[in-house]
Design a protein around this ligand. Structure first.
Ligand code: 5AD
Ligand code: SF4
Length: 447
């Protein structure tokens, strides 16, 4: 690679989960701190960071085609943009990317991106570098301070996963479970609130497995952290995602009934309703134990909106086992959900299991599953009509004069009133659609 000028503009493109969105924001802050500016909308950036996701289908091919597209746009503009590949594809396939894509100057894994600045200095000198180390916990301390944020902010509290579900690549790309220290998190949350955040979503692959010592040396679980953050006066809402059923502690369930700022929404993936499939997935819970957890959560917070993740077509899944998943869905009545066709991930145990399911069977199962989920989501939204609730305004809607915010139950609510980003408004929910509601503004509670 030839030496080049220090880039003046950057763009970070994040794919996949909310953890990647958070990492993307932190990489942007790091580049800001080096005096590089975000490229304007539509402008070709001098440096493009592809913050990739490896969880499902064709992730790697997508990265190569993105690289090709960036190179082509650069050629047409007479430029040679610098390209960095970050995220989970970088972690899993870093060496290969370096070998196959000469245009890529930097490959950096999710646990090493605090070193992106140094890698950039080397890239300017013409040196390509790969960093997929997993140094323990050094990253957050080395990152620059939080900058101005939107009214809703993400805060990564826990990373990695020790659960080793047999289909999942996360334990390999994100590494072992680590919890960030309590005081760092209280500090970062306070800074986010000072910078304008009114809602903070605590993030982790297994966020409810977070634990840490508080300032008095007592061991706290996620509920202890939530109770502490709830003391920040200008923080109005707390959410967390994603959780494992086995880590739903008594304390966390109780917090749902006791902490007003903890929003009535729980994303609790189950993946399948068949105990045989759950065992083959190494989920370490059964359909029944999962439903029992939900019963306890509902007892603590009766209006809670429940959400889940589902995989159809796990190797060996029979029609009857798939039907068990539909029965579980019918028993729960989810307010929202994410559903996927099983995708073999290289290096995971399930990828080499017997009984891989034909694509057309997966398609058909996914369609049937989603019909059940869509039915329940619409029913949940329809049952909300007539309710009065607070909505935090997040952005303009697509139509002129339209504003969009979230209800406590994480539903999108549209308004045709003159509002501002960051307003907390009191609203009546007047009309329900499959994925959003119309709100009628009653009053602005706070701005
Ligand atoms: N194939 C399909 N879906 C997957 N997920 C994770 N790994 C795979 C895979 N190999 C889904 C799970 C998980 C969500 C984040 O992605 O449902 O909860
Ligand atoms: Fe993947 Fe299972 Fe860990 Fe979730 S709990 S990140 S699905 S291994």
């Amino acid at each position: 690679m030839k030496p080049s000028d220090t880039p003046k503009t950057y763009r970070v493109k994040s794919f996949g989960c909310q953890m990647n969105v958070y990492d993307g924001e932190r990489m942007a802050e790091l580049l800001d701190a080096k005096g590089i500016k975000p490229a304007a909308e539509g402008e070709d950036a001098d440096l493009v960071v592809l913050n990739t996701c490896h969880i499902r289908e064709k992730a790697t091919e997508k990265v190569y085609s993105d690289i090709g597209r960036i190179e082509k746009a650069g050629r047409e503009a007479g430029k040679k943009p610098m390209i960095a590949v970050a995220g989970c594809v970088a972690q899993a396939e870093g060496e290969e990317i370096m070998a196959r894509a000469p245009a890529v100057g930097m490959v950096v894994g999710p646990q090493a991106y605090h070193r992106l600045g140094d890698m950039l200095d080397r890239a300017v000198k013409g040196e390509r570098s790969t960093d997929t180390d997993m140094p323990e916990d050094a990253k957050f301390a080395a990152l620059p301070k939080r900058r101005k944020v939107s009214p809703t902010a993400f805060l990564t509290v826990q990373e990695g996963c020790d659960k080793f579900c047999t289909y999942c690549v996360v334990p390999y790309t994100r590494g072992a479970e680590i919890s960030r220290p309590y005081s760092d998190l209280v500090d970062e949350a306070a800074k986010l609130v000072d910078a304008g955040a009114r809602e903070v979503t605590l993030l982790g692959q297994n966020v409810n497995a977070w634990s840490g010592e508080d300032d008095k040396g007592r061991l706290q679980g996620l509920d202890g952290l939530i109770r502490e953050l709830a003391k920040l006066p200008d923080l109005k809402r707390i959410r967390y995602t994603t959780s494992h059923p086995n880590d739903m502690t008594e304390g966390l369930i109780a917090a749902h009934g006791e902490v007003d700022k903890l929003m009535p929404y729980l994303h609790l993936p189950v993946q399948s309703g068949s105990d045989r499939v759950l065992k083959a997935m190494n989920r370490s819970h059964t359909a029944e134990s999962y439903l029992k957890v939900l019963d306890r959560v509902r007892a603590a917070r009766p209006d809670i909106a429940l959400s889940g993740d589902f995989i159809v077509g796990f190797p060996g899944e029979t029609d009857a086992e798939f039907e068990e998943t539909l029965s579980l869905i019918d028993a729960v009545g989810y307010a929202a959900a994410f559903s996927f066709k099983y995708s073999p991930r290289p290096g995971t145990p399930a990828a080499t299991m017997d009984g891989q399911i034909a694509p057309e069977v997966m398609d058909e199962r996914l369609q049937r599953l989603q019909a059940h989920l869509n039915r329940d989501q619409l029913a949940f939204n329809e049952a909300s009509v007539g309710k009065t609730c607070d909505v935090l305004i997040e952005r303009k809607g697509r139509k002129p004069g339209q504003w969009l915010g979230k209800s406590p139950w994480l539903q999108s609510v549209f308004f045709d009133s003159d509002l501002q980003i960051g307003d907390m408004v009191r609203a009546e929910l007047v009309h329900a659609g499959p994925s959003s509601l119309q709100g009628r503004l009653l009053e602005t509670v706070s701005a």
